[in-house]
Design a protein around this ligand. Structure first.
Ligand code: PAF
Length: 283
C-alpha cells in the first residue's frame, strides 16, 4: 500500500530506511491532478529505480499574481490511486507552510535559458521552479528525477541547474504523451469547454505540420515561425503568446534549424494558456 506523507521529516526517515537497505530512489516532481503524461514518468522511474517518490505540490512560488494558482485542479485521492496502480512507493504532499517556513527568503534563480519562451511571459516562473525543485532534491536526495518534454524549457533549465550547482542527480527527460486526437496531455486541459477543446487542436496540428516541414528540409527558422503563426491564427479562439525556435540546451534563439533545435509555442485558447513543442533529433 502506497504511503502518503506531508512532512519533510517523514520523507527523510523513509528515504534513510531505503538507503540502509541499499535501494535506489527515483523522484517524479508533480503539481498533482495526474494524467497519463505523469504516469509515463512514474512508470519510467519504477522501471529504473528500486523506490519511487512522487511529490504532489502546487508550488505557489512559480505562479504569477494574475495566474491560476487558486483554480489549479487538485485531487489527491485520484492521484494516490494512480500512483499506487503505477507502482510508486511514496507520495510527498506538503502544505505550502511546510515547504516555505516563516522567514523563507532564499531562492535558486537562473539567467540565460530562462530569458526566452515561457520565461518572457512568466517572469518569476523559473525562479519558483528552480527553488522548489532544488528543495525537493535536497529533501528526497534521489538518484534520478523525471521530467516531461512537454515542458521542454523546464527540462532544459533543470538540466542546466544540476550541472551548474553540481547536484548529484541524473535528470531523465520523457516524451510528450498526447490524447488520441493529438492534444498534449496537461492538467490545464480540464479548463477547456467543449468548443475550446476542439479549438485547442490547433496547437498539435501546427506542431505536426512544422515537424513535417522540417523533415522535408525546411531550415529557415523565421520562415517556419511565420507558417506556424499563420496556421494558429486561422483558429478564431487562439491567441499566440509565442512561437519560437531555439537551441534546446541553451534556449538561445536560432535562425537555422538543425539537430537539437527546439520549436516551441504557447497559445491561449480562451483564457487557458497551453504549450506544445518538438525537438529536432539527428544531425
Ligand atoms: O512541471 C511541474 O509540474 C512543476 O513545474 C514542477 C516541476 C513539479 C515544479 O513545481
Amino acid at each position: 500500500m502506497i504511503k502518503v506523507v506531508h512532512t519533510i521529516d517523514e520523507v527523510r526517515k523513509q528515504v534513510k530506511e531505503w538507503r540502509q537497505e541499499g535501494a535506489s530512489v527515483g523522484l517524479v516532481p508533480t503539481m498533482g491532478y495526474l494524467h497519463e503524461g505523469h504516469q509515463s514518468l512514474i512508470k519510467r522511474s519504477v522501471e529504473d529505480n528500486d523506490k519511487t517518490v512522487v511529490s504532489v505540490f502546487v508550488n505557489p512560488m512559480q505562479f504569477g499574481p494574475a495566474e491560476d494558482l487558486d483554480s489549479y485542479p487538485r485531487d489527491l485521492n485520484a492521484d494516490t490511486k494512480l500512483c499506487e496502480a503505477t507502482g510508486a512507493d511514496l507520495i510527498f504532499n506538503p502544505e505550502p507552510e511546510e515547504m516555505y517556513k516563516e522567514g523563507f527568503c532564499s531562492f535558486v534563480d537562473m539567467n540565460g535559458p530562462t530569458a526566452e519562451l515561457c520565461g518572457k511571459s512568466r517572469p518569476i516562473h523559473f525562479r519558483g521552479v528552480c527553488t522548489v525543485v532544488s528543495k525537493l532534491f535536497n529533501i528526497v536526495t534521489p538518484d534520478r528525477a523525471y521530467f516531461g518534454q512537454k515542458d521542454a524549457q523546464q527540462l532544459s533549465v533543470i538540466k542546466r541547474m544540476v550541472t551548474d550547482l553540481n547536484v548529484p542527480v541524473e535528470i531523465v527527460g520523457c516524451p510528450i504523451v498526447r490524447e488520441n486526437d493529438g492534444l498534449a496531455k496537461s492538467s490545464r486541459n480540464t479548463y477547456l469547454n467543449e468548443e475550446e477543446r476542439k479549438a485547442a487542436l490547433i496547437l498539435s496540428k501546427t506542431i505536426f505540420m512544422a515537424q513535417k516541414l522540417v523533415e522535408e528540409g525546411m531550415k529557415d527558422a523565421n520562415e517556419l515561425i511565420s507558417v506556424m503563426k499563420k496556421n494558429i491564427e486561422s483558429e478564431p479562439l487562439a491567441k499566440i503568446d509565442y512561437v519560437q525556435v531555439v537551441d534546446f540546451d541553451s534556449i538561445t534563439v536560432k535562425d537555422t534549424i538543425g539537430a537539437n533545435t527546439l520549436i516551441a509555442m504557447a497559445v491561449y485558447i480562451g483564457k487557458t494558456r497551453l504549450i506544445d513543442n518538438f525537438i529536432v533529433s539527428g544531425n
